[in-house]
Design a protein around this ligand. Sequence first.
Ligand code: FA5
Length: 349
Amino acid sequence: MDTMSLNDFIKQLDDLAESATARFNEAMDKIDRDGLEAARIEFLGAKSGKLKSTQKGLGKVDKEDKPQAGQRFNEVKQKIESLFQSAVDAIDGAVSSGGKSEAFDVTLPGRRPRMGHIHPITQTINELKDIMGRLGFSAVEGPEIEDDWHNFEALNIPLEHPARDPLDNFYLSTAGSNGAKSEGGNQLLRSQTSTVQIRVMENQKPPVRIVSLGRVYRPDEIDATHYAMFHQIEGLLIDTHVTMADLKYVLRLFATSYLGEDVEIRFRPSFFPFTEPSVEVDMRWRDTWLEFGGAGMVDPNVLRSVGYDPEKVSGFAFGLGVERLCMRRHGINDIRYLYDSDVRFLSQF
Ligand code: FA5
């Protein structure tokens, strides 16, 4: 009786799997149902298919190799059957999605992936930074987790001041309550970018001309113009003989550069512990005046707290809401749209 080594039998199986794969793939590429059926009969046909005739070789393999040969045969059989099924599915899919020519028309233009957008607030920040850069203000950053000294004390906000109220600030759990130590132990999410003024002046001799844009946090009730996390743009200029007229000039130039020549701005007398005199900066929008931020001449106490001599230098500072500028520019009437992460809204910018 004919015999066959295990290796020869395995080689026959591998050759069979290879040629069946080639035939199925060819039929798939051409979306050729008839070709696939012919290949099925050739390889998987119940009576005279190649798999069937290869199976006959199993009887010629040595008895002790039979279990291994049988196992290998079953693996290859399963592989060929599942390849055939994949080819059937692929041809069905191609035909139902528009037929032979369309599914494989390499001349069709590709589908463009959807592009992401830079968030409108980030766009605003970049633009504001550019405008201030052209006016000679260099951009600096400060930490969002601040200590008592930079957020309050050095800004002339003493221990008993209501601005420190725990209801108006996000103190971190490491911090004590209002009225606790003021040596920098109390940490909070900064409530204003004015903290950066202090950090810069502590490390730099006058003249100073900086702008800082970043996130600030307040437990405000959320409505159309308030959010618990928002952004501010802070400007600071310290030099000899700086006056309120310089402040007005720079702010007006800033506003017209960002919002257009027709923008109207006005200053209202106000109070901030770290500026004297202080003003509220309003801009007109759709016939109503809206508050965009605060400004003023840096208080001599603040200059002293960072080691400057208020007899020799003076300066102005301002802090405006970035969201409000962005909303005014784009006609957005509710701040919440900016943070709802709705792509239909965001993709307009
Ligand atoms: C300040 O934060 C001062 N640090 C501004 C300043 C800087 C004054 C330098 C003087 C010198 P105020 O709390 O008013 O000021 O906030 C400034 C602006 O931030 C507001 O006019 C508003 O535009 C914006 N703002 C305040 N709270 C919110 C909020 N919850 N959501 C969105 N924007 C807000």
